[in-house]
Design a protein around this ligand. Structure first.
Ligand code: NAD
Ligand code: ZN
Length: 365
């Protein structure tokens, strides 16, 4: 097992990473000084696969577990579901010393974290992420929240977990499409911050996509990525621009998600968004063509999502304009300078964005 300390004040916490670490969940939660009552929130799919050992371990460690399940889709990540869960927590008699455990992907983590942030004005919570996205991204950083009919993640709160327990063995049941999409965030981490990780991915991408890494390699991969996310969010307390680098590939990615009415998984849209960001950087003369080619070849080997031919470039550019990071009518993008190093670039025009979208369409029709 590896541990990563997240040095966020006033509540630093530890991320535990390793295959089989779920078996130690009860002990880790006791050591963290958590109260006796816990609401274990999960979705129906994860409940069928991984709830039993998680709940049994907590009960063996002396915790009183209330199991809560919901649909676990992004369309169920809303205030109505939160309200239903509040009802279940009240009926189960949970008090201020109780805590919430999120067992699942980012949908479960965001919703359960939001419930923990608001129930009785905030109770502790623990993350047990079960997807690549949640293990390397969503479970770290304390962003919790739900969607509104008028926009994704519009309602929420920062609420840091007391502890994050990442069992990489849980990833073995993940459908390949979710795995590939989740790997988009891993490639993103490599491009923005870690050239050695990029080279590791170049050597092993087919094995990773086929879930054929040996357990120690998988632990190393997930831990390296959880560490990158933890470092960026911890440093961001002082450096307000740093967290923005995590948006690499996300400006066009979010626009594609929105323009396709969420026909793409988030990570799939980010894969296409990174291709677009690569083209922007090359056109600006910032990024050597050869490195962009390495990025794009890695993404192709990982597995490209359906191409963009069905979506008009105009619509995607228009949705890019709605991006929260836009400043005074021009676009702000995270662009690569070299593998492992990015910059935030302001003042990118609609014409440049359109050319980048058309590039994605030509490459991936
Ligand atoms: N808070 C943050 O910082 C942050 C960061 C990134 C994403 N998010 C949010 O996370 C959500 C996406 O999360 P996600 O990509 O993990 O998707 P998800 O939570 O929707 O899970 C994807 C699917 O995989 C299933 N699943 C989960 N674990 C499994 C396992 N081990 N085996 C088999 N199936 C499993 C789920 O039931 C679901 O059907 C979005 O709502 C997004 O807004 C939040
Ligand atoms: Zn993302």
């Amino acid at each position: 097992m590896q541990t990563i300390d997240v040095t966020l004040e006033p509540h630093p916490y530890t991320i535990h990473v390793g295959h089989g670490v779920l078996a130690r969940l009860g002990g880790l939660c006791r050591a963290a000084g958590l109260g006796r009552q816990v609401a274990l929130i999960t979705d129906h799919t994860v409940a069928g696969l991984h709830l039993e050992p998680a709940a049994a371990g907590l009960r063996e460690a002396g915790f009183e577990v209330t199991e809560v399940r919901f649909a676990g889709t992004d369309s169920a990540k809303n205030l109505r579901t939160a309200e239903q869960i509040f009802g279940q927590l009240i009926q189960a008699g949970l008090d201020r010393r109780a805590w919430v455990l999120a067992l699942g992907g980012g949908v479960v983590g965001d919703l359960a974290g939001f419930v923990a942030a608001t129930f009785l004005r905030g109770i502790p919570f623990v993350q047990v992420p079960t997807t690549i996205v949640s293990q390397v991204d969503a479970s770290i950083g304390g962003k919790t929240g739900v969607n509104h009919a008028l926009g994704k993640n519009m309602i929420g709160a920062f609420h840091q977990p007391r502890l994050v327990c990442i069992d990489t063995a849980l990833l073995r049941t993940l459908p390949r499409r979710e795995l590939v999409a989740g790997m988009a965030e891993v490639v993103k981490h490599a491009v923005i911050r870690d050239p050695a990780l990029f080279e590791f991915l170049e050597h092993h991408i087919e094995q990773i996509a086929g879930m054929e890494l040996d357990p120690d390699q998988l632990d190393g991969l997930i831990a390296a990525n959880a560490r990158i996310k933890a470092e960026v969010v911890a440093a961001d307390e002082k450096e307000s621009e740093l967290r923005a680098i995590l948006n690499y590939g996300h400006t066009i990615g979010h626009a594609i998600e929105s323009a396709s009415q969420y026909g793409y998984l988030h990570g799939e849209a980010v894969i296409l968004g990174m291709v677009g960001a690569g083209e922007l950087a090359v056109q600006r003369g910032m990024w050597p063509e050869a490195e962009r080619t390495r990025q794009d070849q890695l993404l192709v080997r990982l597995g490209m999502p359906p191409g963009l031919s069905r979506l008009g470039a105009d619509l995607i550019v228009e949705r890019t304009r709605a991006d929260k990071k836009r400043l005074e009518g021009r676009h702000r993008f995270v662009l690569a300078r070299r593998l492992g190093q990015v910059e935030i670039v302001d003042g990118i025009s609609d014409t440049e964005v359109r050319a980048a979208v058309e590039y994605i369409q030509r490459r991936h029709p």
